[in-house]
Design a binder for this molecule. Structure first.
Ligand code: KE4
Length: 426
């Protein structure tokens, strides 16, 4: 009979570290990754038949729950018409029309097959459009694995102690300037020194890759003003926050309009989709209209587009985000109450369906504060929760994800497990 351990041993013989994405390897929390056999609604089952209430949600896409019947039906129907054409298809136009209708500044979209491709293309577009080379990113923000962005990155790069990846030539990263999130002065200093050389500032407007951090009042508006003043493009990387903190993403919540946005995760409904979106005057610098080359064999794949369209139908239903936020809020309030009862420096917060829990007394508002977590305590908490059938992202520097499939009973069961786990690690 296959077990998680035997399957991990088998996988490690043919897949690097037994995984196809580093964060799945449980290296930040230790122990054996769970090999998932199937998932439905708020639940995943591993190969040993154990059921978990899932707060990973495939790192964000599964906001309507796993295997939602409407999404599965849309994908099945699309598959009968063909899996990939390498030619334009109507579902690409339809999903792009949805995005243009949702974001006033979005007039053109380019789909990709991952968030990495979207952010990588956004950087190239910004550099080609402004004819400048330097970019500004923030320590602890993660934008996928494009070379220029694997500098003081978050997510697995941070968790595994390699925030600036090996294999990226100094010649590439010398154009990458790093500032501190929620520290506008650190950005002002870079513009003071390099103002007219900076092509763009790329930021997760509500970072989830150094765990969830909320933007300080005025911070994002300050970035907007600096970019406008210096002729740099402001790029909101909403691959994680988009369609999750609100239907219109972080930009809807904070009322700041970026020049370019990148999306992913939810708009693929679990299938491989990324997107770059913005005004025609910028976007049309990209091939085939302009000199900035961009392409992808499976970009706009009809099956992926069908999954994204069906997911947008679900999350666009009246009251979807009100209900999601209210139920997630009850979970967050319960976690904070449990931490107080246990007398533990532990807390949680959320925005819509994006949440964070921290081995800290109060939510962090900077990369430095996130680093102050009691990681060993988090690891003990993590495994107690996993053993109790609660699947959280396997890292203290990752956000967690709530879905419309999580029931009140799931929230109650999660809080029961959390109360016991917090008492045990106190
Ligand atoms: P992908 O290339 O993994 O599709 O997207 C990269 C990306 C870009 N921008 C943001 C804000 C992101 O959160 C991501 C990917 N997020 C991680 C979760 N921390 C994906 C999980 C993984 O690496 O397996």
């Amino acid at each position: 009979m296959s077990t998680n351990a035997s399957e991990f041993e088998r996988a490690a013989k043919v897949l690097v570290g037994g995984v196809n994405s580093a964060v799945r390897a449980f290296r930040a929390v230790g122990g054996t990754p769970r090999f998932i056999a199937r998932a439905e609604g708020a639940y995943m089952w591993d190969v040993e038949g154990r059921r978990y209430i899932d707060y990973l949600g495939s790192w964000g896409p599964m906001i309507a729950g796993h295997s939602h019947p409407q999404v599965v039906e849309a994908v099945t129907r699309a598959a009968r018409d063909g899996l990939s054409f390498g030619a334009p298809n109507l579902r690409e136009s339809e999903l792009a029309e949805r995005l243009c209708a949702m974001f006033p500044q979005v007039e053109r979209v380019r789909f990709t097959s991952s968030g990495t491709e979207a952010t990588m293309s956004a950087l190239r577009l910004a550099r080609g459009f402004t004819k400048r080379d330097r970019i500004v990113k923030f320590e602890g923000c993660y934008h996928g694995t494009a070379d220029s962005l694997l500098v003081k990155a978050g997510s697995g790069a941070l968790a595994f102690g390699s925030p600036t990846s090996a294999g990226v030539p100094a010649d590439v990263v010398r154009h990458t300037l790093v500032a501190q999130f929620n520290d506008l002065a650190s950005v002002q200093a870079l513009f003071a020194q390099y103002g007219d050389e900076i092509a763009c500032v790329i930021v997760e407007p509500m970072p989830g890759n150094m765990n969830l951090i909320l933007p300080a009042p005025g911070f994002l508006a300050g970035l907007r003003e600096l970019c406008s003043r210096h002729g740099a493009l402001l790029i909101f990387d909403e691959v994680m926050s988009g369609f999750r903190v609100a239907l219109g993403g972080a930009q809807e919540k904070v009322g700041v309009v970026p020049d370019l946005s990148t999306f992913g995760k939810v708009i693929g409904g679990g299938m491989p989709v990324g997107a770059l979106a913005g005004p025609a005057r910028i976007m049309e610098s990209m091939a085939p209209l302009g000199p900035v080359y961009q392409a992808g064999t499976l970009s706009g794949n009809p099956i992926a587009m069908a999954a994204g369209l069906a997911t947008l139908d679900l999350i666009g239903a009246p009251g979807f985000f009100d209900r999601l936020g209210a139920r997630c809020g009850r979970l967050i309030d319960g976690l904070n109450a449990a931490a107080r009862e246990a007398g533990l420096a532990f807390c949680a917060q959320h925005v819509g369906g994006l949440a964070g829990m921290y081995a800290l007394a109060t939510p962090p508002n900077s990369f430095t504060q996130v680093q102050g977590q009691d990681v060993e305590r988090f690891k003990r908490f993590y495994h107690l929760m996993l053993d109790a059938g609660i699947y959280l992202p396997p890292s203290p520097v990752e956000a967690f994800f709530f879905s419309s499939a999580h029931s009140e009973a799931d929230v109650d069961a999660t809080l029961d497990a959390a109360r016991a786990a917090l008492r045990a690690v106190a």
